[in-house]
Design a protein around this ligand. Structure first.
Ligand code: SF4
Ligand code: SF4
Length: 146
């Protein structure tokens, strides 16, 4: 008989403590979002795929086509091409492609870039079953960026 009442008391205490926890959590600030309808802003130190930095003053990138990012990339996922143009000092960037399928986000390219022309983007919302969707034309992207 004593065991019967003990079980009832234990069950009631367990229910009360569960309800106290539930009530406490109910009033706490939400830490989850209704993804994909809501998305978070990533912290500045987040490493998304690399991108060319757009200089707000010139409205364009500052890549000098030196190829140091491409040379330093251990995964060989960067293709940079520049060409000489008449009347222009140095090379003009004509191609900057990234194959994000093999990028390890090591950061070597960003470190190698002396003019600071590339950075990690804050993009994390990438999901596709198609490999082609992870091949980025970074030159086109920076030109289209508002
Ligand atoms: S982060 Fe590393 S792997 Fe990715 S493109 Fe840069 S150097 Fe290559
Ligand atoms: S992004 Fe930087 S390292 Fe790469 S080619 Fe341009 S200037 Fe050189």
């Amino acid at each position: 008989m004593a065991g019967y009442f003990k079980n009832i008391i234990d069950g009631t205490m367990s229910l009360i403590s569960g309800m106290i926890i539930t009530n406490k959590v109910c009033w706490q600030k939400d830490i989850t979002l209704q993804y994909p309808h809501q998305t978070i802003k990533m912290t500045p130190r987040y490493r998304g795929h690399i991108q060319l930095v757009k200089d707000p003053e010139t409205g364009t990138h500052s890549c000098i086509s030196c190829g140091m990012c491409q040379k330093g990339c251990p995964s060989g996922c960067i293709t940079v091409k520049g060409e000489k143009r008449e009347g222009v000092k140095g090379k003009v960037l004509v191609q900057y492609d990234l194959d994000f399928t093999t990028c390890s986000l090591c950061g070597q390219c960003v470190e190698n870039c002396r003019p600071g022309a590339i950075e990690f983007s804050l993009e994390y919302n990438l999901a596709s079953p198609r490999k082609e969707d992870y091949h980025f034309d970074l030159l086109k992207r920076v030109e289209e960026q508002k």
